[in-house]
Design a protein around this ligand. Structure first.
Ligand SMILES: [Zn+2]
Length: 301
């Protein structure tokens, strides 16, 4: 969906609220408190329904990621559109300016709330042939609303990635995670979390992959050949990831690295379905409860 299409489809709050209500309650309002399927829309409070059973009032954003937000609903829609469809996503500085948000912190929180929703609870394990490798990304230190928390903002961050290949060798889905170190325990832990047990794992032959339990493993010996030739797709993903982290964010931060990896993964896995990515993300946003700034800072979510 282009920006012009978005503006035509969602010109104002009412259009956004109608769309959201239809998405949440395709067969009509269902009370989230008691499950009664009857209710009426209040004339006095826009886009709020009252349950005919328990009389509780429910706004269209209640019980979603957008709950309790002071931001206009259309700003949420703009941000969802940008994150889902625009290949570079958006930084908090850009979001603040582009969506006219009062503070950097509010923009930062908006984006992190959406990133949190970018992992589908129904994601499945990678199948068939899977390339895996590790890489390092530069760390960012400035322009964050939250200081301290005892994690030094210097050096580089280690990332592990996996790319699922089709039978003719083309990339399908990716998975990316921060990696504490290259020990067998952590490398195998990642493979076991993301790769189906009957899949074949192709790596550069790092010793940590050698003791994979149930997975078939093909360790390509790097020798004189560069890893990007042996494992072309995982390296292409890493290159894209680094270009994005550096270009949009000037590097990543350790505390929130996982969220950025989730955002990248969301778009990569939907790169051929950008039309449905918006609906996809909006759906995920409606099914996840609200979290506060404190929850993000304390890493409770
Ligand atoms: Zn009810």
């Amino acid at each position: 969906m282009s920006r012009a299409e978005f503006d035509a489809r969602f010109p104002d709050r009412a259009a956004c609220a109608r769309y959201l209500a239809a998405k949440r309650w395709p067969d009509g309002f269902v009370c989230p408190a008691c499950g009664v399927c009857k209710g009426w829309e209040l004339e006095t409070k826009p886009f709020t329904w009252e349950c005919s059973g328990c009389h509780r009032q429910t706004s269209v954003t209640a019980g979603t990621v957008m709950h309790r937000s002071k931001l206009p609903l259309r700003t949420w829609f703009e941000a969802i559109h940008q994150l889902a469809s625009h290949s570079n996503g958006i930084s908090a500085e850009q979001a603040q300016a582009q969506f006219g948000i009062g503070s950097y912190k509010t923009a930062w929180l908006l984006l992190h709330k959406l990133r949190r929703a970018m992992v589908s609870p129904h994601r499945s394990l990678l199948q068939a042939m899977v390339e895996t490798d590790e890489t390092e990304v530069p760390l960012r230190s400035k322009h964050d609303p939250i200081k301290g928390y005892g994690i030094p903002n210097v050096g580089k961050l280690l990332i592990i990635g996996a790319v699922e290949l089709s039978p003719d060798g083309h990339p399908r889905r990716v998975r990316l995670e921060p990696l504490r170190d290259r020990t067998g325990e952590n490398v195998r832990g990642f493979v076991e979390r993301v790769v189906a047990p009957d899949a074949t794992v192709v790596s550069d032959g790092l010793a940590s992959y050698l003791k994979l339990g149930e997975h078939r493993h093909v360790g390509k010996t790097v020798g004189s050949m560069a890893a990007h030739i042996l494992l072309p797709w995982v390296h292409r993903v890493f290159a894209n990831l680094k270009r994005w982290l550096t270009g949009t964010f000037h590097g990543a931060r350790k505390q929130h690295l996982k969220r950025y990896l989730d955002e990248f993964t969301f778009r990569w896995n939907r790169r051929r379905h950008t039309r449905t990515a918006f609906d996809n993300l909006l759906g995920l946003v409606t099914r996840l409860p609200h979290a506060s700034l404190r929850d993000f800072v304390d890493q409770r979510v």
